[in-house]
Design a protein around this ligand. Sequence first.
Ligand SMILES: Cc1c2[nH]c(c1CCC(=O)O)Cc1[nH]c(c(CCC(=O)O)c1C)Cc1[nH]c(c(CCC(=O)O)c1C)Cc1[nH]c(c(C)c1CCC(=O)O)C2
Length: 321
Amino acid sequence: MRQAGRYLPEYRATRSEAGSFLDLCYNPDLACEVTLQPLRRYDFDAAILFSDILVIPQALGQHLAFKQGEGPQLEAIRDASGLGILNVDHIHDTLGPVYETVAKLSASIPSHTSLIGFAGAPWTVATYMVEGKGSKDFANIRRFAYGDPDGFSRLIEILVEATTQYLLKQVEAGAECIQLFETWGGVLSENGFERWVIEPTKKIVANLKAVHPDLPVIGFPRGAGLHLIDFKQKTGVDAVGLDSGVPLKWVAKKLQPLGPVQGNLDPMYLITGGDEMIDETRRILDVLRDGPFIFNLGHGITPETSPENVGKLVDFIRNYR
Ligand SMILES: Cc1c2[nH]c(c1CCC(=O)O)Cc1[nH]c(c(CCC(=O)O)c1C)Cc1[nH]c(c(CCC(=O)O)c1C)Cc1[nH]c(c(C)c1CCC(=O)O)C2
């Protein structure tokens, strides 16, 4: 999950030194610094590369900006006629600084800390490319995907290719594990989920494993609900990230026997804190402790999070028996 960010004063300071959020993503020294900041405070077991899932559309040639308070803005591609601006051949020209960040991190994180590289999964990245920004109803992308599946699959194929190349370079630079963020998989119909979430993820996992058979890959299909079993079995991911809504007794019975799971504290508990945060964390650990399990949040940390509560959470988990 996202662990760096605006909840930390030292992140806000480094971000203003960098200029903008994207300047920070493409500045290897400063991106390395913000990745290390939460590790210094909390000594997490893993570090996640600081970058963003939207560097891929940008590297493919789509204009991207992050406007203060408004999130990402892209020039929307609403149908297949818009795909001509995308070019997979030169993505590393833009993404080079990200690989440099990974290499720097690999040299500077403690030896007991794992380094996670990441990318957005194709469907989720495509939502921003087609909607042009964050969306509430995903009407434009569903219209494109359902109305012109062949045209839409060209976009997904471009993303499968670019994402594979991007992740292979991250691994070459020192990433020890990969997480694929499928934040918006839950908005699709049953067939849509199969075609636009499971199929492309399966291809990326196969492409990565063809070169690095032992590379651990975590899939995080947020909002996937009952699709989680299919997702785990068909895509070939090693572990599955759980959003905060997934019922854990069901996970312990049906999903955890298939492989490690990761999750799923609602990040809002890091704002509210107190006994409620500890009780909810204990519940998660109690239900999932008997199988392979990585404690995590159910979604990224928010800017309003209290850094002190993160410390309390980590202490509780470290001392849990
Ligand atoms: C959908 C998505 C994005 N980015 C990401 C996702 C998938 C995971 C999820 O659902 O949260 C993934 C992501 N984004 C970021 C990371 C880095 C990981 C880390 O260092 O913790 C990761 C893994 C940095 C970031 N990416 C972003 C921030 C906040 C930027 C800032 O400093 O203002 C960070 C730290 C910005 C971002 N990036 C994105 C949006 C919609 C926004 C705006 C929302 C906001 O402003 O909080 C796209």
